[in-house]
Design a binder for this molecule. Structure first.
Ligand SMILES: Cc1cc2nc3c(=O)[nH]c(=O)nc-3n(C[C@H](O)[C@H](O)[C@H](O)COP(=O)(O)OP(=O)(O)OC[C@H]3O[C@@H](n4cnc5c(N)ncnc54)[C@H](O)[C@@H]3O)c2cc1C
Length: 380
């Protein structure tokens, strides 16, 4: 596994930092406060090649690999992880589902728009009563000639309001039937397809999270992704890759928290000395740095398997679980190092702390990752 930082990755990181100085940093606390989702920013991110990171160049994407992808999500999340979450969900959920399972005509139609940032993508699996137990979903797609009629609602969907298209998983068979779920791509403006309640969240507040609502929404059979009945297996494969995304968000938050803490610990003086000179603080910094390295290694191991097209369910779940829990621990210690100032909005660690928690929940909670890992190691 070779995951040394490449020249391309260094150039992309520098471009993201420059971009953030002008287009993200001056506004991010206001976006956070008001829960504003900056739609236009994503067009600009598209111009930088960040909206189709894994999409091949022939479809207008950047044609990069998962090691590059980790660096990109991490770099954005070091600055504003709610923008990182939206870039991650767009790339690894909606866009990747189309890239991996759409037919050629669907790829030609949707990928260039998604990769350029002209369109923002959403991906709807979760429902109000089925989160971890997503396979038990209630949204139905009933056949009516060449059409399917969608009824139901999806909950907690990133870009449910602003997304131009959504990949939607719906029941086309009986509950309990493993081949009873199918993936559809649904365009905004399709009659019967609307969005509902926007969530008021603890963190990741500039990333839009809302409901997708289907009320007798007629979808042509050409909008099916892959084969009928393959939707749930497709979703699980997409979530395998998505775990690298969420882990990278956590890695970025942790690196941002450590960077801020190192700076603060060297500047802040108590008892006539910088607080970094107290072993109690220095040991915290040492633990944070070590945990970050460990998470990074796990994530790049998962990326390496993914790049080679190898099965990475176990390592992906381990990387996601470890990185996300690590992100919470590191962000918590960062507040502690900043003392009372860390509890205010004058320092970046307050936002990192709130944003970090999402990663232990989204795209499979820590408990669900443990179920996946246990299943994999008991089968070995
Ligand atoms: C900001 C945000 C963005 C999101 N974006 C999307 C998106 O774009 N698309 C999408 O489809 N979904 C999205 N989600 C949904 C997310 O994936 C779910 O919230 C997550 O899968 C957990 O489901 P739940 O919230 O219903 O919790 P539940 O499944 O109800 O879990 C509640 C608790 O019970 C535990 N639990 C459940 N089952 C078990 C078990 N068998 N063993 C042990 N413990 C268990 C869980 O770990 C958790 O601690 C998003 C969520 C958030 C908060």
């Amino acid at each position: 596994m070779n995951y040394e930082i490449t020249e391309t990755q260094q150039m992309i990181a520098a471009a993201i930092q420059d971009f953030a100085e002008q287009h993200i940093k001056p506004f991010m606390m206001e976006w956070d406060e008001t829960q504003f989702f900056p739609v236009d920013l994503f067009k600009k991110l598209g111009e930088l090649g960040l909206m189709g990171v894994l999409v091949p160049e022939e479809y207008g994407g950047s044609g990069l690999n998962y090691h590059d992808y980790i660096r990109i999500i991490e770099e954005i999340s070091k600055i504003d992880s709610s923008i990182g979450l939206s870039v991650a969900a767009h790339n690894s959920l909606c866009t990747n589902h189309i890239l991996e399972f759409a037919n050629e005509a669907q790829k030609q139609k949707y990928l260039p728009k998604l990769a350029s940032g002209e369109w923002i993508g959403a991906w709807g699996l979760t429902e109000h009563n089925t989160g971890s137990d997503a396979g038990n979903m209630s949204t139905t797609a009933k056949k009516d000639g060449d059409y399917y009629i969608l009824n139901g609602a999806k909950n907690f969907i990133t870009h449910a309001k602003s997304g131009h298209i959504s990949v939607v998983l719906a029941r086309t068979g009986a509950k309990g039937d493993k081949k009873g779920i199918t993936a559809f791509v649904v365009e905004k403006g399709t009659p019967g397809f609307t969005s509902g309640k926007k969530e008021n969240k603890l963190g990741m507040r500039a990333s839009e999270t809302a409901e997708l609502v289907f009320d007798n929404c007629r979808i042509h059979k050409d909008q099916i992704l892959g084969e009928m009945g393959d939707g749930f297996v497709q979703a699980l494969k997409i979530l395998d890759g998505g775990r690298i995304s969420i882990g990278s968000l956590a890695l970025g938050i942790a690196k941002g928290s450590l960077e801020a803490s190192l700076k603060y610990a060297k500047e802040r003086e108590q008892f006539g000395k910088p607080i970094a000179s107290f072993q109690g603080i220095a040991f915290k910094l040492a633990d944070m740095a070590t945990e970050i390295e460990a998470a990074e290694l796990l994530l790049h191991k998962a990326a390496s398997l993914k790049n080679q097209g190898k099965r990475m369910t176990k390592i992906g779940a381990m990387a996601k679980m470890y990185a996300s829990e690590m992100g919470v621990r590191v962000a918590t210690e960062a507040i502690q190092i900043h003392g009372g100032y860390g509890y205010t909005k004058d320092f970046p660690v307050e936002k990192f702390y709130r944003d970090a928690k999402l990663n232990t929940i989204g795209e499979g909670t820590t408990e669900i990752q443990k179920l996946v890992i246990a299943r994999e190691i008991l089968r070995d």
